[in-house]
Every structure is written in structure tokens, then in C-alpha cells.
Write a protein that binds this ligand. Structure first.
Ligand code: FES
Ligand code: FES
Length: 167
């Protein structure tokens, strides 16, 4: 049985035919669409390495059946930078050494990106730690990750302030 689905991935419409309805969104992204920035860690919903945004919400793509997301808008790490400029969350992770090996980093960044946009990051490191608790880091880069999220939120607020001044 083959199934056809249409997704918008990083702003681009993609039509995909699935030979197997059990294909996960993670495997679709990595193996069919060559978007390998999203990582497969545990493949069972425990590490957050596969985090992407689906219709603006954080999703562990290893647990999501692709076929269930027909018509969805998906944002992956490859879609964050705009016009050659890193997203403020990406820039803050670099500035604060929010990674070591980098394997968990795409998931951490997507999770942080969503947390800030959900208005849930705040300026309390403990609250951020809680909000990011679904994203594990085997390298122990959590201290830098929390600093990066705090800084990213500030960068985004500053940018919004600058845009208001220009408008
Ligand atoms: Fe999806 Fe670990 S690979 S949660
Ligand atoms: Fe290595 Fe997080 S940076 S697992």
C-alpha cells in the first residue's frame, strides 16, 4: 500500500509517497528529504535529539508517524537561519559553548527556539532547565545551554525593540 502526503518543510512544499505507513517523521526528514540535521539518538522518545517543530509545537519526530502529519508545517534546524544569518538561538549557543560533540544540539536549539516563542523561557535558569528537560546532553553541556537560552531570549527581545524603533 502506498500513501501520498504533502508537507511544508522549512517553507518548501514537499510531496512524498510512502511505501510503508509506519515511516516516522524523523526517517522521512533524514532519509527521504536529506535533512540530516535532525538527529536520531534513542529512537524512542527519551532524548530529544530528534526535536522539530510541527505547526509551531515541539515534537519528538522519532515518535511521530509521517502519515499523521499530512498538511503540516515542519521546521527543522536547517530552516532556522534566514538570509545567511544565524537565528539568535543558534548564535547564542555558539557564544556560550552550548555544546561539545554537537549531537544533541539541533534538538536543543529547536526546543529552545520553541520554548522562547511559547513565552515560557523567562529569566529563571531553573524554569529553563525544566522547559528543556526533554532534551538530554550526554556531554554535560547543560550549563552552557541554559546560558544560551537566557541570552537568546535577550537577543530576541533586543531585536524586537530595534524593529519597533525602526517602524
Ligand atoms: Fe527521538 Fe531520542 S531520537 S527522542
Ligand atoms: Fe554532545 Fe550534547 S553536546 S550530547
Amino acid at each position: 500500500m502506498t500513501l501520498s502526503i504533502s508537507l511544508t518543510v522549512n517553507g518548501v512544499a514537499r510531496d512524498v509517497t510512502l511505501e510503508d505507513p509506519r515511516v516516522t517523521l524523523l526517517d522521512l526528514l533524514r532519509e527521504r528529504l536529506d535533512l540530516t540535521g535532525t538527529k536520531k539518538g534513542c529512537d524512542r522518545g527519551q532524548c530529544g535529539a530528534c526535536t522539530v517543530l510541527v505547526d509551531g509545537r515541539r515534537v519528538n519526530s522519532c515518535l511521530a508517524l509521517a502519515v499523521s502529519h499530512d498538511g503540516a508545517e515542519v521546521l527543522t534546524i536547517e530552516g532556522l537561519a534566514e538570509n545567511g544569518q544565524l537565528d539568535p538561538v543558534q548564535a547564542a549557543f555558539i557564544a556560550h559553548d552550548g555544546f561539545q560533540c554537537g549531537f544533541c544540539t539541533p534538538g536543543q536549539i529547536m526546543s529552545a527556539y520553541a520554548l522562547i516563542r511559547e513565552g515560557e523561557a523567562g529569566d529563571d535558569p531553573e524554569r529553563i532547565r525544566e522547559g528543556m528537560s526533554g532534551n538530554l546532553c550526554r556531554c554535560g553541556a547543560h550549563a552552557g545551554i541554559i546560558e544560551a537560552v537566557l541570552d537568546a531570549q535577550k537577543r530576541i527581545e533586543d531585536r524586537a525593540g530595534d524593529e519597533r524603533k525602526v517602524a
